[in-house]
Design a protein around this ligand. Structure first.
Ligand SMILES: Nc1ncnc2c1ncn2[C@@H]1O[C@H](COP(=O)(O)OP(=O)(O)O)[C@@H](O)[C@H]1O
Ligand SMILES: [Mg+2]
Length: 276
């Protein structure tokens, strides 16, 4: 089958980039895909790779592909697919600024990777995923055909999607009887409508907080210290109030982060003005 597809001149996509704000599920999507298709991906953290590789980058990237190379040579078209995931790929492939000039380490990694993807001896049995919050930072040369030619935007969820995410994260507690029975679909809808700009990870965090309040309360209710260790006997019940309190806590944290960002930005602007 694969051979006849090759015969048509059709080229498989070897590189896919998932991009979008943090916490929108990019890593999760790749993990779930791999699990579904039973691939064991090699996961590489971009910044870590860069830091640990001064001087030996090409070798390390070459090693990453060694098994795929061997399989392609020995098994040809029946080789299994080798999946490699580069997390925070912008750390490796960011556009070079003129002042930076591009480090040898980074250039080494880029060249070696491009050789594997669309060089003369390109591998047909690889699928490389990259994730990034900053697609605009990536060297456009890498986004051309034969390289990371497929770019998929994973955006912040809209209100309907947020409702689904709340349902997803509260499903387990509800199934296990840990969610107060008076919490209704309307309540979920309310949560979804006030959490504008929340990512899936933010919603997961909100739910985690609410659960932690319920657990704390159940510990207060138990009398002996041994009981405190026994979650099965603890009387955990997530109340509507826990979700509301968790929401306010998350809002406070978001506001604090926004203010810090603003302050940093202003300081950076002040520095620039001082230098002019
Ligand atoms: N669409 C979603 N549905 C449910 N949970 C989500 C979703 N997106 C993110 N999450 C939650 O956020 C966590 C972190 O997501 P992750 O895949 O690491 O985001 P990213 O890689 O985009 O930064 C996940 O483990 C999950 O709990
Ligand atoms: Mg991620």
């Amino acid at each position: 089958m694969i051979s006849s597809i090759y015969f048509t001149g059709f080229k498989f996509v070897r590189g896919v980039i998932l991009y979008g704000p943090p916490g929108t599920g990019k890593t999760t999507i790749i993990r779930e895909l791999c699990e579904y298709f039973k691939y064991k991906p090699k996961v590489i953290n971009g910044p870590q790779l860069l830091n640990s590789l001064i001087g030996k980058s090409e070798e390390a990237v070459r090693l990453l592909f060694e098994k795929a190379k061997k399989d392609q040579k020995n098994k040809g078209d029946s080789s299994p697919l080798h999946v490699i995931v580069f997390e925070e790929i912008d750390a490796l492939f960011s556009k070079r600024t003129s002042s930076e000039g591009g480090s040898d380490t980074r250039n080494g990694i880029v060249n070696q990777l491009l050789t594997m993807m669309d060089g003369y001896d390109a591998l047909n049995n690889i699928l490389i995923f990259g994730t990034t919050n900053r697609l605009d930072m990536i060297d456009p040369a890498l986004l051309r055909g034969g390289r990371f030619e497929l770019q998929v935007k994973i955006d912040l969820p809209n209100v309907q999607e947020r409702l689904e995410i709340f349902n997803y994260h509260l499903n387990e507690p509800r199934k296990n009887g840990f969610l107060a029975s008076n919490i209704s679909t309307d309540n979920f809808q309310q949560l979804a409508s006030v959490t504008n700009n929340y990512s899936g990870a933010d919603i997961a965090e909100l739910v985690r907080l609410a659960i932690s309040y319920a657990i704390d309360r159940s510990f207060e209710d138990t009398t002996t210290s041994l009981d405190k260790l026994n979650l099965e006997h603890a009387n955990i019940c997530i109340q509507w109030n826990d979700l509301i309190t968790a929401f306010y806590q998350c809002e406070q944290a978001r506001r604090k982060r926004e203010n810090e960002l603003k302050t940093n930005k202003n300081n950076a602007n002040d520095d620039r003005t001082d230098h002019n």
